[in-house]
Design a protein around this ligand. Structure first.
Ligand SMILES: Nc1ncnc2c1ncn2[C@@H]1O[C@H](COP(=O)(O)OP(=O)(O)OC[C@H]2O[C@@H]([n+]3cccc(C(=O)O)c3)[C@H](O)[C@@H]2O)[C@@H](O)[C@H]1O
Ligand SMILES: Nc1ncnc2c1ncn2[C@@H]1O[C@H](COP(=O)(O)OP(=O)(O)OP(=O)(O)O)[C@@H](O)[C@H]1O
Ligand SMILES: NC(=O)CC[C@H](N)C(=O)O
Length: 747
């Protein structure tokens, strides 16, 4: 008699889901769709994103019992609707266990819960606050005795599915066909002692990582490196699922579900997309994992040592749980299951090279997808953008244009699909059984984007023309108006009330008068923007309101080079966490990528100007069209601001350490000049920090974002003289060989 081993082929699926915090019904629908697609592709295992049932970004809603209750309701619904029939599903949801909140993976199959696995390392840096909502789990000491901790399920499980409780802890599953499955949750991959290491040493072959990881420029590369390195060292089939989209906040989760085998990427889902559900599937041979590990003696030594430690009583209770009625592999010999050879899952043996877009593309694709989710979920009829023809507001217009390109393409590919349906709803073309889809991105832009150049007597014709040409290229509903009447009226009210009329500095006024005259123009633009946003749909015979887009970039926020409550106060800002340098590169990229957008290159190359002071014909240049330029006004260049911003936030530098670094980086400058620049930066940063408290919610794009509300938590009332800090800088300058003091001494 011959005994043959069961087959070792298994088809696994990972997904990107556009979940929305607290949208329990919508989330269930998207999960169901991902399970359907996984099954359609013959998968026997499906991994979903972190906390997918309620949405990752519930934040303080995780403190509410309702959130936990609704998650159980959703899980019951998923089981009842057959999501797990014939498919092992690793779902993400919060679980209250013995009075403690945990961020958990819940593994189910055939309407039965097999394991609840709590997260052990919580994400608490940057935008993450998991420690506020959850406790990190560590295995209880009694687990070493082999006792498996159990979680008592809500009573409905007993009545509906005959199940009272489920193992709870850091276990993995041993299926009847010899396949082993385990999990590691998002941040655990990023920690020095990652869970996948011990899982691999215990022989676990399939490891699912359900994540809630948001986009930051250049971050995908780090994620990919972590997964490739993990499976190169440990072997294994590593699945990564991530949320994708705007789930109600400033972050954009950038999907990119992946399947990696022994250091090779075998499947990758899109990072930026307007579809709600993407599923990637791969058929892998677990024997490849077994032989990869077994062929590496040093892996064997460590695996044997761990096994002997655990046998020797140091066991941590993280053992395998037998699932005797679960089979994951498919067997070509089982002709009854797979009668038609053409329907067999395709073996995935090639190694894909990871698709990583350039930072310029990331800058427009991430915010474009985020804006689309926000627009369709807010119920608005479109956007209103004050378009100055400068680099910032033009970048925002270009991002909306990219949004229209993505949505138009997806709608035209499937006029009956979800994206087309949402597009019709937003464009107010959804009456009856309409299957309308925009014929071009420009047609869509004409429905959703409203742009206005709001000139004053201080504006130049050059910027007005750039705004008009860009609006024409994009197809937006554009107007060019003058707001001098409003400015004059406001100043007359002031004069009647006080008997004084302010003058610009160039006309004999003080700096206070000059600033007030600049700010009134800027603020009236904001008032006009909201009026337009409210009434333009009415003017066009449509229902609804428009969302006002802001366009202050990260450098302006950091330096405070903006008027509080002017056009920087809007409903949303897609570029608030992107630097001027990255934006200019994005504009140049778009001008090359899309025919007809060549005006963007001209805009990128023009010197930035606020156009709030009268034009001085003697100093105005043809490119700027104006004599007032940002960099001169600010007393620092955008490039210098980039350095200050990164050192302050990403390298956690106070004034003294920033000076110490820059004095080396800027070795072409005298230490005293570097000191003056650093002090000037910290002065303006601290004097204007209060502006960040009211700044418009912006797409989180960069690790150097100064967003006061979520990401860069600091005071907003400073002693702007920084006496101790600046004195230390002066001390260091005095010690430098080429300092002015020493020069005097040497002379
Ligand atoms: N510690 C503190 N905590 C809370 N609030 C504080 C505060 N200190 C001042 N304030 C408030 O902030 C006000 C000063 O800020 P703000 O009114 O913005 O005025 P301010 O910062 O003085 O002037 C705006 C600056 O932005 C420049 N700018 C450049 C480019 C474009 C634009 C534009 O708008 O288009 C503007 C403009 O040239 C000018 O230099 C004070 O009058 C006070 O109301
Ligand atoms: N003439 C104008 N018409 C319409 N909107 C304007 C005008 N001037 C300024 N704005 C709005 O106010 C915002 C801030 O103005 P500011 O002069 O600081 O421009 P900026 O930050 O350099 O941006 P941009 O590069 O778009 O000019 C602009 O991004 C734009 O949305
Ligand atoms: N949700 C998480 O655990 C995310 C953590 C991880 N550092 C990331 O950015 O992807």
């Amino acid at each position: 008699m011959t005994t043959t081993r069961p087959s070792s082929l298994v088809t696994v699926a990972a997904c990107n889901l556009n979940q929305w915090a607290l949208d329990f019904d919508g989330n269930v629908q998207r999960i169901l769709e991902s399970c359907r697609v996984a099954k359609e592709n013959s998968a026997s295992y499906r991994l979903g994103p972190e906390l997918e049932i309620c949405g990752y970004g519930c934040e303080d809603h995780f403190l509410e019992c309702d959130t936990f209750d609704h998650c159980w309701e959703s899980l019951i619904e998923l089981l009842e609707m057959g999501a797990t029939d014939g498919l092992m599903c690793d779902f993400g949801m919060p679980v209250l266990h013995c009075g403690v909140r945990y961020n958990c993976r819940v593994i189910c199959r055939d309407r039965k819960l097999l394991l609840i696995r709590p997260k052990t390392a919580l994400a608490d840096n940057g935008n993450y606050r998991e420690g506020r909502y959850f406790a990190a789990y560590s295995a209880p000491t009694h687990a070493s005795s082999g006792i498996v901790e159990r979680h008592l399920l809500p009573s409905t499980f007993l009545s509906k599915f005959g199940q009272r409780d489920v193992p709870f802890g850091l276990h993995h599953l041993h299926c009847a066909d010899g396949t082993t499955v385990g999990c590691e949750s998002c941040e655990e991959l990023w920690t020095p002692r990652s869970s996948h290491v011990d899982l691999a040493l215990r022989g676990v072959e399939i490891i699912g990582n359900g994540s809630g990881s948001h986009h930051e420029l250049r971050k995908l590369y780090t994620r990919m490196e972590l997964m490739i390195s993990a499976t190169r060292k440990c072997g294994g089939v590593y699945l990564y699922s991530n949320q994708r989209g705007c789930d109600g906040g400033r972050a954009y989760y950038d999907g990119c579900a992946m399947i990696v085998v022994n250091g090779r990427i075998v499947a990758q889902a899109p990072q930026f997309d307007v579809r709600d559900v993407n599923v990637v599937v791969a058929t892998v041979d677990l024997d490849d994992v077994r032989s990869y590990r077994a062929s590496n003696p040093s892996f064997g030594i460590q695996a044997a040592r761990l096994a002997s430690e655990e046998r020797g009583g140091g066991g941590c209770g993280n053992g395998g749980l037998a699932c005797d009625d679960v089979r994951l592999v498919w067997d070509p010999a089982d002709a009854a299951s797979f009668p038609n050879r053409n329907n067999w899952p395709k073996m995935t043996d090639e190694c894909l090279s990871l698709k990583i877009v350039t930072p310029e593309e990331e800058c427009c694709l991430g915010p474009a997808c985020w804006l689309w989710d926000y627009l369709r979920r807010s119920g608005a009829a479109g956007f209103f953008l004050p378009l100055s023809g400068g680099a910032d507001s033009s970048s925002v217009a270009a991002i909306v244009a990219v949004m229209c390109i993505l949505v138009t393409k997806a709608s035209r590919e499937d006029p009956e699909g979800d994206v087309a349906r949402e597009c019709r709803r937003v464009c107010r073309k959804d009456e009856g059984n309409s299957l309308w889809v925009p014929s071009t991105p420009g047609e869509m832009a004409n429905h959703v984007l409203h742009t206005t150049f709001m000139g004053t007597e201080n504006s130049s014709g050059v910027t007005n023309s750039r705004a008009k040409r860009l609006a024409d290229a994009i197809g937006s509903y554009h107007m060019s108006i003058k707001i001098d009447l409003m400015v004059k009226a406001a100043l007359q009210v002031f004069q009647i009330s006080t008997g004084h009329m302010p003058r610009f500095a160039s006309r004999g006024g003080t700096m206070a008068e000059d600033l007030a005259l600049q700010n009134i123009q800027a603020r009236l633009r904001m008032v006009t923007a909201y009026l337009m946003a409210q009434l333009l749909p009415w003017v066009r015979g449509r229902a609804g309101f428009l969302l006002v887009l802001g366009s202050a970039n990260v450098d302006e926020g950091l330096r405070g080079y903006m008027t509080k409550y002017d056009c920087s106060s809007a409903d949303l800002n897609p570029i608030g966490a992107i630097s001027k340098g990255d934006l200019k590169r994005m504009l140049v990229f778009l001008s090359k990528e899309y025919p007809g957008f060549d005006v963007l290159a001209e805009i990128a190359n023009a010197p930035p100007t606020a156009e709030l002071r009268p034009i001085d014909a003697a100093t105005a240049t043809a490119e700027a069209g104006h004599s007032q330029t940002d960099e001169e006004d600010m007393g620092m260049s955008y490039e210098e601001l980039g350095h200050f911003g990164r050192l302050r936030k990403m390298y956690r530098c106070g004034p003294v350490s920033m000076f110490r670094k820059l004095v080396v980086t800027w070795s072409h400058l005298a230490p005293s000049e570097v000191a003056a620049k650093v002090k000037r930066f910290f002065y303006y940063y601290s004097v204007n920090r209060h502006k960040m408290t009211t700044i418009t919610p912006a797409y989180h794009a960069e690790a150097y974002s100064p967003d006061d509300n979520r990401f860069d938590l600091r005071q907003f009332l400073y002693n702007t003289r920084w006496t101790r800090q600046f004195a230390r800088i002066d001390d260091i300058v005095a010690q430098q060989p080429d300092s002015d003091n020493n020069k005097d001494k040497n002379d």
